[in-house]
Design a binder for this molecule. Structure first.
Ligand code: FE2
Length: 329
């Protein structure tokens, strides 16, 4: 081991699960972060990479650091392997893809999109991840397993999965439901918060969604991300782009960034907003698995009383139907 004191800009964080799922063939130097500016190298290129990753995972380490060069190299060169692995998992008829494969793919995809990399190989990862996600939520009830998933995935991906599941269950209540619509929703869920860091999610949660408490970055992340994705309008559908752009709007115009009201929001976007709000209210720090059903009932009631106009009424009624059918247990 050797100490390094370069600036934090020289390293990029990556989830150890992403390296375990997709990095076995690589020889990368791993670093741990000791403080804001201090990183320590914990592997050499000639070390057995897999066993080192397992060792740190077993010690409870969830994130490691790569040099900027290794990070760029890994996240771009691994894309084809991710797409291939996920495509095989999606084609498997009897079981959904391993959550770690999806979570690792999301981590890599997020880092690419953040660097505005929307090359063909990147979009192929997005496509495979979306199909894997839709298959997973179709075959698994993630809502009752929040605690388990939280351990396996980043916070952002956990919430993206849960929001996708709730939104897809709601979509099923409408006669226009189909897999293509669900993929549009899932893709929006995977990407709508790529710009946010864990501390931004904390601030968002603590803000009570009051606009004056938000940073500029948080306020404009829906618009900025939608603009970025809109450059690939052949790949990203208008429905996906609209969900990304409007995912923090609220019925009465009290949301952000534009503060538009329900008359200008589509039914699919309203479904997403309600699903997102449900997950946010349901799965916070005070969530306890033993009280899942009671809490679910309370949040569904709250939403029914709060989302009462136009497309939002239809969305909150769809949520209540899903709950009444016992699909959120
Ligand atoms: Fe967001």
């Amino acid at each position: 081991m050797s100490d390094h004191k370069p600036t934090a800009d020289a390293f990029r964080k990556i989830r150890i699960d992403a390296l375990i799922s997709y990095g076995a063939e690589y020889q990368l130097e791993l670093y741990l972060r000791l403080s804001d500016e201090k990183f320590i190298k914990v592997s050499q290129k000639e070390d057995n990479f897999e066993s080192i990753l397992e060792k740190y995972k077993n010690r409870g380490v969830t994130e490691v650091y790569l040099t900027l060069a290794d990070y760029d190299y890994f996240t771009t060169s691994v894309r084809k392997a991710i797409t291939a692995r996920l495509s095989i998992a999606v084609a498997e008829p009897t079981k959904p893809p391993e959550i770690s494969l999806l979570a690792g793919a999301h981590d890599v995809l997020k880092s690419l999109i953040l660097r505005e990399n929307t090359e063909e190989d990147t979009l192929a990862v997005a496509q495979a991840l979306t199909q894997g996600t839709v298959k997973t939520i179709h075959m698994t009830n993630l809502l009752g397993k929040f605690s388990e998933f939280k351990k396996k995935c980043s916070r952002e991906f956990t919430y993206a999965l849960l929001t996708s599941q709730v939104a897809c269950l709601m979509v099923d209540q409408f006669n226009w439901a189909n897999d293509a619509v669900k993929e549009k929703v899932a893709l929006a869920a995977m990407l709508c918060d790529v710009e946010l860091l864990p501390e931004d999610f904390d601030l968002l949660k603590d803000s009570g969604l009051a606009k004056e408490n938000l940073t500029k970055k948080i306020t404009f992340h829906p618009l900025n991300t939608a603009h970025l994705l809109a450059k690939e309008s052949k790949f990203f559908s208008q429905e996906t782009l609209t969900i990304v752009e409007q995912h923090h709007e609220m019925p009465s115009g009290g949301g952000f960034p534009k503060g538009i009201s329900y008359q200008r929001i589509s039914q699919l976007t309203a479904i997403y907003i309600v699903a997102h709000y449900f997950v946010d209210q349901m799965f916070d720090k005070t969530y306890r698995e033993a009280l899942h059903a009671d809490r679910c009932r309370t949040v569904v009631e709250l939403i029914k009383n709060q989302f009462v106009s136009g497309v939002f009424r239809k969305a909150s009624e769809a949520l209540a139907s899903v709950f009444d059918q016992g699909k959120m247990a």
